[in-house]
Design a protein around this ligand. Sequence first.
Ligand code: ATP
Ligand code: LTN
Length: 326
Amino acid sequence: MARIFSGIKPSGSVHLGNLLGALRNWVSMQDENESVYCVVDLHALTLPQDPEELRASTLSLAQMLIAVGIDPDRSTLFIQSHVSEHTECAWLMECTASFGELRRMTQFKDKSDKADFVSGGLFTYPALQASDIILYDTDQVPVGEDQRQHVELTRDLTERFNNRYGETFVVPEAVIPPAGARVMDLQDPSSKMSKSEDSPQGSISLLDDERTIEKKIKRAVTDSEGEVIFDSTNKPGVSNLLSILGAATGQNPKDAGKGLSNYGELKGATAESVIEMLRPIQSRYYELVNDPSETNRLLMLGADKAREVASTTLDRAKNNLGLLPR
Ligand code: ATP
Ligand code: LTN
């Protein structure tokens, strides 16, 4: 049995990329592993947040995770800021990471290029992420392709720490799905579908209704060739639709277009499969929204379970580092 950890930010509405790149893997991995899943609200603070919106989107994201199939009885599901060991361990990781390593992170480069205000937290973000992962003696981290570099950094930091101070942390590895690992924006297939980018037409929210999904997919950018073939370099828009269709129907993206002779058919088939996939998720989500106190209760239990493991790991790290015991 492996130990699994992953996290997602409450930074906007959960989209198809999150589901296909990460959340579906979270659900399937919880059966045979010991899994820990976290709403990483502290990571959302790297950009300025409206307090009311942050509170609402944190709860709503936890409800969405349950709706997609995370079972709080089988997995540990909690909110990052409820377990203060994460921020404490993040300092240890900041002091283990070099300035150059943090500066090379592409997510930092992308987000800092676009932001008016670049916080120190945006720069040290991967050190907090590393601490999320290592506090649970994690073997595997299910994430989308964009997070591979952060998990690689986590591996480097744990190896460095273990070399300096003796065996302390488990060295984790990323688990990235073969299809759907990188769902692109429907309007700009050169950038990934994202929660916080301002591209509502390019991103399909898991809560979009049928008509909205149809409209967004119909308007997706393709090309002028008209041939339904997978070629992500030369046909990024069409290939993105094929990836979505493939991931939603359990096929390889190269095979997903068989029998579809034009872009209209491709878009119709893609919209239909996405709508079918989201229908049961939406109905479970709206049931949970009617009873927020039950979600809050589950999150408190989750935080208690998480804290027990995290505090043991953090004590071990502090001891190995030479911090004076209390
Ligand atoms: P933001 O836009 O605020 O950075 P995000 O949409 O990238 O958010 P995260 O909370 O950062 O979402 O990521 C949650 C998980 O979803 C991560 O494992 C990430 O790799 C995965 N993910 C995010 N975007 C995509 C995408 N477009 N395709 C596939 N996986 C994705
Ligand atoms: N950095 C990730 C979110 C994240 C995460 C984690 C993912 C924070 N902590 C730990 C996996 C494991 C992102 O931007 N998607």
